[in-house]
Design a protein around this ligand. Structure first.
Ligand code: NAD
Length: 473
């Protein structure tokens, strides 16, 4: 939004950066557990010692409330990885068959090598640091490409990384589409991209040229299903969590609830509840609330604002709360609109902003049908006190994750995988799943050259001339 000394990395430097990273990896030193732990501790220190600067950059880029700076999640994730790394890094010993009698058999988890990490602007630090934590825990070297849309964050990352981390192993490349496109022409051993589904396809196509494995953390429309049997008290509790998670970071969260499928009987009480809750959380004039982030830039403000305007002009649309926006201040009022139809403007794309459409939906079966007709969402939220309803919905619908009676909090769980499916992505990160995403599981089979092993070879009939009778059963 303002005042950074953002500088793009010259494209002519890319080859040198990648070749230095590659020779560091090939030296083998990043594979040692000592190096990995040193780097993880250094990353912890980087975040911890600079948390004020990080919060300040987030305020300049996104006007993020201090309590919404999710620095603590990155620190917790590093600690979790440090605590478990020895265990994860140990080889696995698979079951042996008759032909492996007397042989050694193990699976070692080897780092890929030079990993490219491309991050978006909505959580501009977390979405660099979380994948980096997993890449380092696995013993890789990395090239980081923060988002140019949050220039203060990108500049701070470029300044801090060489101060704290191994300068021969972890590099920051700054720039926009031109630089990212040039970077993608180079050969990497792994690529993690977090961002929109449309760009995810570009990344995957570029990676395919080098057969580079990818983790794609993408977006989409995450639905909310309400059980018609919710009691008034349960509905109010559900509404609080819904409003909280929808308007956190002004709705610019990949797993924010995108739309609500509401049974007819709950429309009126839900509308009353969310109107009251928005007013309690953000006051009568949310533009003065210190707890509401701004939209990242004017383009995105205009995009969301226009969707709201188009939506409220539709027949049957009812603005329950909000609706105002101001491009010059990148401000959008927390907005909830009922009476939205399947083909309404707010349903035409991932909203990624503080607007929540409510669609009338007869019952849970109709909600399931609706979700199954769309692309596979990153997250699915069900509010119900009936475990059979919860199970029915999540068994019937494919999604990256599912949360019953809350939203977005699955992201904070370091021990569980985080990732999408189909249009919302592929591969999972966080904790052990992140470690595995950044390692190749290599089978190591070691056979003896003894007299006994020769006899075993003969017994199994592996050498020609083959005896066709062996095939008769
Ligand atoms: P963005 O515009 O910052 O783009 C992300 C990265 O891609 C940036 O580093 C950018 O430089 C690069 N990029 C953009 N266009 C490119 C192109 N044409 N070619 C090559 N590189 C390009 O961020 P965004 O895409 O607006 O991010 C928002 C999206 O990210 C939303 O859809 C959101 O749901 C998704 N998201 C997903 C997750 C997740 O974990 N699944 C997390 C955060 C955001």
């Amino acid at each position: 939004m303002a005042d950074s000394t953002f500088r793009a990395t010259p494209i002519e430097d890319f080859d040198k950066i990648i070749s230095t990273a590659r020779s560091t990896f090939l030296s083998g030193r990043t594979k040692s557990l000592v190096w990995r732990k040193q780097q993880l501790r250094a990353l912890y220190k980087l975040i911890d010692e600079n948390s004020r600067a990080i919060v300040a950059a987030l305020q300049r880029d996104l006007n993020k409330p201090t309590t919404e700076a999710t620095v603590i999640l990155d620190l917790n994730h590093i600690v979790f990885c440090l605590e478990n790394l020895d265990k994860w890094a140990k080889p696995d010993y698979p079951e042996k068959g008759i032909t492996e009698i007397g042989a050694g058999l193990s699976v070692v988890h080897e780092p890929y090598g030079v990993c490219l990490i491309i991050a978006p602007w909505n959580y501009p630090f977390d979405l660099v640091f979380k994948p980096l934590t997993s890449a380092l825990a696995a013993g890789n070297v990395a090239v980081l490409k923060p988002s140019e849309i949050t220039p203060n964050a990108a500049t701070l990352i470029a300044e801090l990384v060489p101060k704290y981390l191994d300068r021969e192993a972890i590099f920051v490349v700054n720039g926009g589409v031109k630089e990212t496109t040039a970077l993608l022409e180079k050969k990497f051993d792994h690529c993690t991209y977090t961002g929109s589904t449309a760009v995810g396809k570009i990344i995957m196509a570029a990676a395919a040229k080098h057969l580079t494995p990818v983790v794609l953390e993408l977006g989409g429309k995450s639905p909310v299903v309400l059980d018609p049997k919710l009691t008034p008290a349960e509905l109010t509790r559900a509404a609080k969590r819904l409003v909280n998670t929808k308007f956190f970071n002004a709705g610019q969260t990949c797993i924010a609830p995108d739309y609500v499928l509401c049974p007819p009987a709950l429309l009126q009480p839900l509308s009353a509840a969310v109107r009251d809750i928005v007013s309690t959380y953000f006051g009568s004039d949310p533009s003065t609330s210190p707890d509401l982030a701004r939209i990242v830039n004017k383009n995105h403000t205009r995009r969301i604002g226009q969707l709201i305007d188009q939506q409220r002009a539709q027949p049957g649309a009812i603005v329950i709360t909000g609706g105002k926006w101001d491009e010059s201040r990148c401000y959008i009022e927390p907005t909830i609109i009922a009476g939205v139809k399947k083909d309404g403007p707010l349903m035409s794309q991932e909203i990624f902003g503080p607007a929540l459409p409510i669609l009338e939906c007869a019952d849970v079966d109709a909600a399931i049908k609706f979700i199954r007709e769309g692309e596979r969402p990153l997250a699915l939220y069900v509010f119900t006190s009936d475990s059979r309803v919860a199970e029915k919905v999540h068994n019937a619908c494919v999604s990256g994750s599912v949360v019953i009676n809350d939203a977005t909090y699955q992201y904070a769980i370091d021990s569980a995988p985080f990732g999408g499916i189909g249009h919302s992505g592929m591969g999972s990160l966080h904790g052990k799943y992140g470690f595995l995403a950044y390692t190749h599981s290599k089978t190591v089979l070691e056979k003896p050259l003894t007299w006994f092993s020769e006899k075993m070879d003969e017994l199994t009939g592996r050498f020609p001339p083959y005896n066709p009778k062996n095939l008769e059963s």
